[in-house]
Design a protein around this ligand. Structure first.
Ligand SMILES: [Zn+2]
Length: 283
């Protein structure tokens, strides 16, 4: 008997406005920290996810899901790099070619994307076939200039969806010479500014954050997803990575104006794909 190892681990309904006259449904699929796992995890590995994952399986699942639900976005929260010999040999090229093959709509930058340096990362960004977003790394004057954008706007079923990225402080995570010239900006202040642009000038109906900050970091000085929610307003959904947190369902936190915002992480190694169903009601 065939077993399905790639699981749907959560479905979240989000009603963005009240007074329903017209309802639209949008699906978000997301991964993070896939860490060069091109093949499934070894079935005999001492890992709770043994036997799960694999890019071929993920590609098949996403292709089928999209065929059934055309209003779907496929997103990744970073650290597709590092973890298997594929990365050591091909420096991320295979990983981003799979991202392109699967047809991701937008991806964030994780700290491990820098592991072979800036020129290599710029090559990966070019090959990925979708926007790489990070709002809080200033990349002017580096090989990433003009390639990494703070956000992207994706249109589905008449909706404008603003997707922006956030990355962690690189100091202590990435060798200095591997991220030379990248200026780190405060993720929370940058997120708020970006949201205002997306809600205002860009007239987005939904704002999605691809965060590689981590879920709950121990260092009180470091921004994480919990602090991001508490200190901002206007983000509808936070998809997270970096901390390898595996959740069955999203966690809800109150934002700066008391509105509940879901945060969802789907672990590591591509063992799971997060599935969201967002229901939007218009008046
Ligand atoms: Zn990371």
């Amino acid at each position: 008997m065939k077993r399905l190892f790639l699981l749907l681990i959560g479905i979240c309904c989000l009603a963005c406005t009240s007074a329903a006259q017209q309802t639209k449904t949008l699906y978000l699929l997301h991964t993070s920290d896939t860490h060069s796992r091109i093949e499934p995890l070894d079935k005999l590995a001492a890992d709770p996810d043994a036997g799960k994952g694999g890019t071929a399986r993920r590609a098949a699942f996403i292709r089928q899901f999209r065929a059934e639900h055309p209003a779907t976005l496929v997103l990744d929260c970073g650290d597709y790099s590092q973890g298997t010999p594929y990365y050591n040999f091909y420096h991320g090229e295979l990983e981003v070619k799979m991202i392109k093959h699967i047809g991701y709509d937008a991806i964030a930058i994780g700290n491990h994307e820098f592991d072979f340096g800036m020129e290599n990362l710029s090559r990966l960004v070019r090959l990925a076939g979708c926007p790489t977003v990070c709002a809080n790394y200033e990349v002017s004057g580096t090989p990433l200039e003009g390639l990494v954008k703070p956000y992207t706007i994706i249109k589905r079923d008449g909706l404008r969806i603003g997707v922006f990225g956030l990355g962690p402080k690189l100091e202590g995570l990435v060798q200095t010479d591997k991220c030379e010239g990248v200026a780190f900006k405060d993720p929370i202040a940058t997120a708020q500014k970006t949201v205002e642009t997306l809600r205002g000038k860009e007239k987005c109906d939904i704002v999605v954050c691809l965060s590689h900050l981590g879920y709950q970091l121990l260092n009180p000085e470091d921004a994480d997803d919990e602090k991001l929610v508490a200190q901002t307003q206007g983000i509808d959904v936070i998809l997270g990575g970096h901390s390898h947190t595996n959740m069955d369902t999203p966690a809800f936190y109150r934002n700066a104006v008391g509105k509940e915002v879901p945060v969802f992480h789907v672990g590591r190694n591509g063992a799971y794909v997060g599935v969201w169903k967002l229901t939007l009601e218009e008046d």
